[in-house]
Design a protein around this ligand. Structure first.
Ligand code: IVH
Length: 652
């Protein structure tokens, strides 16, 4: 059986090992030996729950999750610091103090790193931690003692502390710990944190202390609030005392003048990348506490201290593209390709986006201006999108620079075939199988035709000659001859194919065939009114409008005039008349052809086609997944057959 004294001794022992490890970074025993002591302590507490004191090391983790944080009024406000970005501002600070005092300020300052974390105030009464609060608005913060208890570097009890001791300091998380934690979050499919500071603040504001305990939070003191029972003369003296009673403090140096401050600043900046945590500058403080009182404070910051900042780790730049990188585990990681930007001396042109969720959360898009951060050896990452610099939909075409036009859902270039990309697309379509069927003219050639100015409209294809073709990259004589033959061969075309080749908006192979069947000649079609066009099966008001607009465009009209003089229309090939007098509707999936190809087949065998079921429809070809159209056809008693039966009917 263990006695209460044994328990107290063990409790003290575990706590002192905690301090050796977390406060002084100087462990006295192995991790395994520590674990054994800790387990023994837990065991005793299980046997004698009445012995457990709130400052027992086992009480760092535990307690129930909170619903909300209790508000805490700071006895002395937690001020912030005035910032200097250049030497001149530091000099101005010195002069300002001299003016206030009516004499030069004493040559006695402390300098220390400015830790990029989250500030905390700890209140010790008779050496026991009784309250811990966030800065809040400086006057009122939130009680986060349940979180702070889990920070191993924060002693729950101080040895030989004054009656009341309010300690101010910085909670933070190391860069390596931050990366590791983010890596694990991403692996679990959770969202990573943007930077160590956010992770620190998020961990402290955790309502569940169990989660806070799993976050590797650290703490260092850098100042005092109200103190009772002892009077310090200098900052140096106060910090030494804090260390003596068991508190970790921000490492500081004492310096005499501006030159020494500047040299400390430079040295600290140079060492920044080698540090295991983030710092964003140095803090210079008047050492004499009596002098601090004389100097006093402004509304938000004291006159006796200043932060001399380092160059930013964050810069904004533009996202040029988002690529995916495949890692060793097979995971795909999105990477933002950036317009190169120099961030504290290093040129950054890539930034990790961690995972798809991060893309969504940031709302990042190509073209966005983003804030990019790099720290130490961490892969640069995107902190946030600077939304107000987001370019709207382009007002000009990215290819030709012409004005764009918006419809409800899309943006269009208004330059027609004068836009090289539109022209290339048009030529490709013009040559395709269901159109003029010119074999051997693929994108590789089309690029060159357009880029060299040989082809300014599809009509120019018919003006190409061997001499010109031979100037193209990778062109040979035989190839050129075959190409010209193919072009010449296309001059005998059916009106349907020709209409399809024009690439009229909303007019595909089948509609082109139906238009040709209805109007018979190009001249009649070009003269048709919107109403007249709608007499064609399949053509509704929107398609009719689109056709009319196409023919009315003067540029198009000129090209069509030229083509009309080159192309010799031949009668549409009638492959049979098995479907003469029939009106066919295709519904559901087709296995051997596309819907458009099926419609063309029906037309070639003397039939007409439609898209919806009406009394005029005589045959419905239904495939897998056919729904309401099939039902309606059955109700109306229209003949329904399979794709196979349809193909048999036309002799295929
Ligand atoms: S002294 C009157 N020293 O920086 C304010 N602050 O802008 C006295 N900080 O929220 C603060 N490292 O939490 C001081 N070595 C350091 C610091 C430091 C980080 C934070 C502090 C405060 C902010 C001030």
């Amino acid at each position: 059986m263990s006695s209460r004294e044994d328990y107290h001794r063990l409790r003290g022992e575990v706590e002192s090992h905690n301090q050796a490890y977390f406060v002084y970074d100087d462990p006295k025993i192995s991790d395994a030996a520590y674990d054994a002591l800790y387990r023994r302590l837990e065991e005793m507490e299980r046997e004698h729950p009445e012995w457990i004191a709130p400052d027992s090391p086992t009480q760092r983790v535990g307690g129930k999750a909170l619903d909300r944080f209790e508000k805490v009024e700071h006895r002395v406000p937690l001020l912030s610091l005035e910032k200097a970005y250049e030497e001149a501002e530091l000099a101005a600070w010195m002069e300002q103090m001299a003016r206030e005092l009516g004499r030069p300020v004493d040559p006695d300052f402390t300098v220390e790193p400015k830790i990029d974390g989250d500030s905390l105030e700890l209140v010790y009464e008779k050496g026991v931690l009784v309250q811990a609060s966030t800065r809040g608005d400086g006057r009122v913060g939130e009680n986060v003692i349940h979180s702070v208890r889990t920070i191993k570097a924060v002693p729950l009890r101080l040895e030989g502390a004054p009656e009341l001791l309010e300690v101010r300091g910085e909670a933070y998380i190391g860069i390596a710990d931050f990366r590791e934690l983010n890596r694990r979050l991403v692996e679990k499919g959770e969202e990573p944190f943007a930077n160590p500071r956010n992770l620190t603040a998020g961990s402290i504001k955790q309502k569940d202390p169990g989660i806070t305990a799993s976050r590797p939070l650290r703490f260092r003191a850098h100042g005092l609030g109200v103190v009772k029972g002892v009077k310090f003369r200098t900052h140096d003296e106060a910090m030494r005392r804090l260390q003596e009673v068991g508190l970790p403090v921000v490492p500081y140096e004492r310096v005499k003048d501006e030159a020494a401050i500047l040299s400390y600043w430079k040295r600290t900046l140079e060492g920044r990348d080698a540090l295991d945590h983030e710092i964003d500058g140095i803090v210079v403080k008047v050492n004499d506490l009596g002098l601090r009182e004389v100097l006093g404070e402004r509304s938000k910051s004291p006159r006796w201290a200043i932060a001399y900042k380092f160059p930013s780790r964050e810069e904004s730049t533009q996202v040029l593209a988002v690529d995916w990188q495949v890692g060793r585990s097979g995971r795909l990681t999105p990477v933002a390709r950036l317009k190169p930007v120099s961030i504290s001396g290093v040129t950054v042109s890539n930034a990790t986006l961690h995972n798809p969720g991060q893309i969504r959360d940031l709302g990042i898009r190509v073209g966005d201006t983003v804030l990019v951060r790099r720290a130490g050896d961490v892969i640069p990452y995107v902190v946030k999108v600077v939304t107000d610099q987001r370019p709207l939909v382009p007002e000009t075409c990215p290819t030709c620079g012409a004005r764009t036009e918006r419809t409800e859902a899309d943006v269009f270039c208004t330059n027609g075939f004068r836009c090289p990309d539109q022209l290339k697309g048009a030529i490709d379509h013009f040559c395709s199988r269901g159109a003029m069927n010119i074999e051997g003219i693929g994108p590789e050639w089309i690029e060159q035709f357009v880029d060299r100015g040989f082809v300014k409209s599809v009509a120019d294809l018919y003006g190409l000659d061997t001499a010109r073709l031979m100037t193209l990259d990778r062109m040979g004589e035989k190839l050129a001859r075959n190409m010209l033959d193919a072009i010449a061969g296309s001059r005998k075309a059916t009106l349907g194919r020709f209409l399809n080749a024009l690439g009229i908006g909303q007019v595909g192979e089948a509609t082109a065939g139906a238009l040709a069947g209805q109007f018979g000649t190009l001249g009649k079609l070009r003269a048709a009114t919107v109403e007249g066009l709608q007499e064609v099966q399949d053509v509704g008001p929107r398609v009719a409008e689109s056709i009319r607009r196409f023919f009315d465009d003067p540029g198009n009209a000129a090209v069509i005039d030229r083509l009309a003089g080159l192309v010799e229309f031949r009668q549409a090939e009638r492959k049979g008349d098995a479907l003469a007098g029939q009106v066919v509707v295709f519904t559901g999936g087709l296995e051997t052809m596309t819907r458009d190809q099926a419609k063309v087949l029906a037309q070639e065998h003397g039939g007409k086609t439609a898209d919806s079921i009406s009394k005029g429809v005589t045959l419905v070809v239904a495939g897998p997944g056919a729904g309401s159209k099939l039902e309606k056809a059955r109700k109306l008693g229209i003949t329904v057959e399979t794709e196979g039966a349809f193909l048999k009917r036309i002799g295929r």
